[in-house]
Design a protein around this ligand. Structure first.
Ligand code: SAH
Length: 217
């Protein structure tokens, strides 16, 4: 992909990702390839590779590059995996997963954001990303089971439908906690057993919906 900002992207990988322990070569390669600046509005492009989250409209944010890379690494992704993402936002995380060869299904509750993300997918030729506007806490039962599930908004608990739609073996990564602080949680399903562990403390925008927060307050 040749969309400008290659050097800035490489510097992001070397200064923000590798020193903090992102070492999966496939993740680093995808982060160095996907043009993050094209997922944010024009005025914000020069800041797109900074070490912080950015607004994407509708009160939502795209996570800082390190958090995207960390969550992607925690998925232990293989190129053939079917991955469900909840919270498409601007589409950047979905594009990183698709660049790694995954078949991506992504769900976003805000129609405007999804429409914009879809235009960006088309423009960058990510034609194989499937998306819909809906409450992602219900998962996407028609396409289940998923080898991997990633939730990019934080809920009070792990939505039950997502655990049900996770393949065995499977990995689900989701920030869980209260409104101010969340634990990035890795749920594993293997041999019929579901276990979970906490990877890191993080701050995310809210997961709203039937199995998430009820009000955006
Ligand atoms: N992965 C995104 C991050 C977007 S922020 C990116 O790369 O840009 C999280 C997104 O989750 C927001 O767009 C928000 O609208 C969405 N969201 C919150 N609750 C949701 C739900 N129940 N179903 C689907 N999307 C949801």
């Amino acid at each position: 992909m040749n969309n400008g900002y290659e050097k800035t992207r490489q510097r992001m990988v070397e200064e923000q990702l590798i020193p903090r322990g992102v070492n999966d070569p496939a993740v680093l390669e995808a982060m160095a390839a996907v043009p993050r600046h094209l997922f944010v509005e024009e005025a914000l492009r020069p800041q797109a590779y900074g070490d912080f989250p950015l607004p994407i409209g509708e009160g939502q944010t795209i996570s800082q590059p390190y958090i995207v890379a960390l969550m992607t690494q925690l998925l232990e992704l293989q190129p053939h995996h079917r991955v469900l993402e909840i919270g498409t936002g601007c589409g950047y995380q979905a594009a990183v997963l698709a660049a790694m060869g995954a078949q991506v299904y992504t769900v976003e509750r805000i129609k405007n954001l999804l429409a914009r993300a879809r235009r960006t997918f088309d423009r960058l030729h990510f034609f194989h990303i499937l998306s819909k506007a809906d409450d992602g806490t219900e998962g996407w039962p028609e396409h289940a089971p998923f080898d991997r599930i990633i939730v990019t908004a934080s809920g009070p608990r792990v939505p039950e439908p997502l655990v049900a739609q996770l393949a065995d073996p499977g990995i689900l990564v989701i920030p869980v906690g209260d409104r101010d602080l969340q634990a990035l949680t890795v749920v594993r399903k293997e041999g019929g057993e579901v276990t979970s562990r906490v990877a890191e403390q993080v701050r995310f925008v809210k997961l709203l919906g039937a199995h998430g927060w009820q009000h955006d307050s």
